[in-house]
Each structure stands twice: as structure tokens, then as C-alpha cells.
Design a protein. Structure first.
Length: 461
């Protein structure tokens, strides 16, 4: 054969000789081997169709196993609307993974190649599943935070669906019907709803890579009792055996709409207790959903005054109050209404009698008080019968406080003028019935507690 083009009709080894214009000759061999076109199978691809109008979305590559009969050496190049386009490899379908047919039972074509790039064309008929599967609402109680969002165990949901579908079916869940059609963004395991109280997800059931059914699944968060938060309350030990009341804490509803079970075994909405400890209550609604509340009862107590230390006869008299007890305490002087202070030390206290008050602020278990004496000596007195400073007497001594003290008054020369009764009204500035002139006078005090003080004061008119 001398024609430059040669039609090969059989496989084998062909020799060729080429003579150029300069009479040079080149020799070569061509080995021709044949490979069969791929063996393919026309198939029907079934997808689900919610409204059953015959039009839906298909992932055309789901037909690959059926077209190639699971032959791994074959590959689908793409899909085409007409057989001519498939043969000529033009006008391929661009959205093959989410193709929406335009007519029911539409046929598309696929171009299949083997490893030798031999091509066969297969038909794929696009059909819909007519199976219907009604899945009842999947319901769970609200989580610990009552907000309409909860955790749904999709594995449990799958187990509930499995008896109603073929044995070898695959069940996959999606949050949108669009994702279900194109099989992207599946959800699995524990799923928390994104719309409060109720949300629709979709269950896609496939058998042999064909859609058996696509069904909506309502996810419902059931009404769950809304309780007040856990709390700590206090019991005054000094009130024992009186009781305090604990409530289940049902919020914005009547407790009678629920059942109650306390850790004590009681089933009322309120209980009376007089023991410290942790108490819990489970409140259940008629749908079976329940919430749990915990109340910690801690102890408090009225204060016990252990000791009051008085530092007196100084420029800065102080009172220090030492207490014991299970409460939290604040302190006030001379007024049970306060003001109260955190410090247990009072400074610059005037001589005389004072009442110390101690209040429990943890649970207001009560106030205790004690009268104390601060010893002091007036710097002057004015015996003019105007009812102000008419006598001189040591301050802080009474029938209750150091009544057996001894008080002596002298003139500036050391003459004893008066021995005062510690519990009496004091010295009126006279000696033997005569008024003494304005001057400085001296005193000596021996208190009942053994302390001795000497100093002077002024008589003024």
C-alpha cells in the first residue's frame, strides 16, 4: 500500500517505509492492538421527590455503580442531555451533582471510558421514588437551661426508624432538604436544635445508592419545668427547733401542675426543715419532663459575746468586742439600729456607760447586747444650780460597775475635803456647808478593780 493514509482492519505489526525527496529512506514499525469498548449498562436513577411531581434534584454520579456494574477500571467522564452530545463529548452537564430534571422520567447520557480511553455511552433514566415514610416527631425534654434548645440523639432516632425501612437501608439526616438532595452537610450523633422549641430536619433513606424515601422529621423540645436557680439559705441555730420552709421553686406557674419528690422522700411542693444540709427536689410535668433544684441549708447563729476589752482613762478610749458563733457579725454602739460597722473595735469612746450591739448579718438571727463601763474624770464642773455640770463625780462607776471604789477630794494644799459615795450624785463644791471658791481641786480614786488614779479638776462658776 503506497497511500499515506492506511485503514487498519486487523491488529498486528505493520511496517512502513518513507522515501523523502532526496531519495533518503526511513523505516519504522507500528504495532496495532485492539481493546474492547467498555461494557456498560443502561440504568434508572431513583431520587426522592417531596411533592411527587416527577421533578427533583439528582446527583447523577450516584448511577456510576449501576452503569459500570462496579467495575473499578471504568470511569464516568460526565453526563449529557443528548446521546449525540455524549458521543461527541460536547455540551456536558455542568451541575451533575445537583441536576434538576426538566421533565418526569427524563433520560440523560453518560460517557464511560476504560483505561485505554475507549468509550461507551449509557442511558440513565431519572425517576422518582413513590415510597412514603411518615416519621413521628422526635421529642426530648429541655436541657438543664430551660431555653427551648436541647440535645437530640440522632443514633436513637435512627434506631426508631430502622424497623420501618428495608434491612439494608442507609439513614442519613440533614438540616435542609437542599442538603439532603445533593447529600452534603449530613448531621449525626448528638444534634442541638438551632430553632427554639421545634425544628424540622430531614431523613434520607437510600437502598443500593437509590433514594427510598425522604421524610421530614419534627424535632420537638418538650415543655420542661422552669425552676428558680439553686440557692443557699441559712438556718439560725438559736431558733431550733423552729423550722424554715423550702420551696420547689416553680417559676411563673402553679406548683399544683407538677409532681414533686424531695430528697427527704416528701412529695409536697414545700417542706419544713430544721437541720442544715443539702436538699434537692425533682419537679416533673405531666409529659414526663423534669427539672431538679438543689437548696443548700447552711447554719448561722446569734453571736455569743466572749469578752469585751475596755481601754479607758486615756486620750483615746477603746472598746474591743470578741464574739464567737456561726454567723457573720457587725457591731454598733449605743443604738440597736446602728450604724453598724464591720470592725469590732470602737475608738475615741467617751467615758460613761455604753451598750454594745452585735448583729448577725448572714441570716439576721438576732442581736445581742451588753452594757459596759468606760472610766473617766470630768475636767471641770460648775455648781451654779443651772442643771448642767452642777456636781463632780467619776464617770463609769455605778451599782453595777465597781461600786466599792473609793473617791477622795483634796484642795491644792492636800486637805481632804470630801469622800464621795461612788454611786451618789457627786460633790457639789462645798465644805462643811460652805461654797468653795473657783480653783483647781485634786482627787484620788482607788477603783474596785485595784487601779489607782490621781489628777485634778477645776471648779468654775
Amino acid at each position: 500500500e503506497t497511500n499515506p493514509n492506511y485503514l487498519v482492519v486487523a491488529e498486528g505489526e505493520y511496517k512502513v517505509e518513507v522515501t523523502f525527496e532526496n531519495n533518503c529512506v526511513s523505516f519504522g514499525e507500528i504495532i496495532i492492538e485492539y481493546d474492547q469498548n467498555p461494557i456498560v449498562f443502561n440504568t434508572t436513577l431513583i431520587e426522592c421527590d417531596i411533592d411527587q411531581d416527577g421533578l427533583t434534584f439528582f446527583n447523577l454520579f450516584d448511577a456510576q455503580q449501576s452503569v459500570t456494574n462496579n467495575d473499578a477500571s471504568l470511569s464516568i467522564i460526565n453526563f449529557y442531555l443528548t446521546e449525540i452530545d455524549a458521543i461527541q463529548n460536547i455540551n456536558e452537564i455542568n451541575n451533575s451533582t445537583s441536576f434538576q430534571n426538566t421533565i418526569p422520567l427524563q433520560t440523560v447520557y453518560t460517557r464511560v471510558e476504560n483505561q485505554s480511553h475507549c468509550v461507551s455511552i449509557a442511558e440513565v433514566v431519572l425517576d422518582i421514588s413513590t415510597n412514603t415514610l411518615t416519621i413521628p416527631p422526635f421529642e426530648v425534654c429541655d436541657d438543664d437551661i430551660i431555653d427551648g434548645f436541647s440535645t437530640f440523639n440522632l443514633n436513637q432516632l435512627r434506631t426508631q426508624i430502622e424497623p420501618n425501612v428495608p434491612i439494608n437501608a442507609s439513614i442519613v439526616f440533614y438540616t435542609s432538604i437542599e442538603d439532603a438532595f445533593i447529600e452534603v452537610n449530613p448531621i449525626n450523633g448528638n444534634y442541638i436544635n438551632t430553632i427554639p422549641n421545634s425544628e424540622i430536619i430531614y431523613a434520607k433513606i437510600t437502598v443500593n445508592n437509590q433514594c427510598y424515601a425522604l421524610s421530614p422529621v419534627p424535632l420537638n423540645v418538650l415543655f420542661t419545668p422552669f425552676l428558680l436557680p439553686d440557692e443557699e439559705v441559712f438556718y439560725c441555730l438559736n431558733f431550733f427547733p423552729r423550722t424554715i420552709r423550702l420551696t420547689s421553686g416553680v417559676f411563673n406557674d402553679s406548683p399544683s401542675n407538677y409532681t414533686h419528690l424531695w430528697s427527704t422522700g416528701e412529695t409536697t411542693s414545700e417542706i419544713e426543715i430544721n437541720q442544715v444540709g443539702t436538699y434537692s427536689v425533682t419537679v416533673t410535668y405531666q409529659n414526663g419532663c423534669s427539672s431538679r433544684r438543689e437548696i443548700t441549708v447552711s447554719h448561722s447563729n446569734i453571736a455569743t459575746i466572749v469578752f469585751i476589752e475596755v481601754v479607758d482613762v486615756t486620750q483615746n478610749n477603746t472598746i474591743t468586742v470578741l464574739v464567737s458563733g456561726e454567723g457573720t457579725y457587725r457591731f454598733a454602739l449605743d443604738n440597736s439600729n446602728g450604724p453598724y460597722q464591720d470592725s469590732n473595735i470602737f475608738e475615741n469612746v467617751t467615758p460613761g456607760f455604753h451598750t454594745v450591739y452585735v448583729i448577725d448579718t448572714k441570716n439576721f438571727c438576732g442581736i445581742v447586747n451588753e452594757i459596759i463601763s468606760v472610766i473617766g474624770f470630768p475636767k471641770f464642773f460648775t455648781p451654779n444650780n443651772d442643771s448642767f455640770n452642777d456636781t463632780w463625780q467619776i464617770l463609769g462607776v455605778s451599782n453595777q460597775f465597781q461600786p466599792n471604789s473609793k473617791i477622795l477630794i483634796f484642795d491644792r494644799y492636800g486637805k481632804l475635803l470630801k469622800e464621795l459615795d461612788p454611786t451618789g450624785p457627786g460633790w457639789n463644791g462645798t465644805y462643811n456647808g460652805h461654797k468653795l471658791p473657783p480653783s483647781d481641786y485634786w482627787f484620788k480614786v482607788r477603783l474596785q478593780d485595784g487601779r489607782v488614779f490621781r489628777s485634778h479638776f477645776t471648779l468654775k462658776l
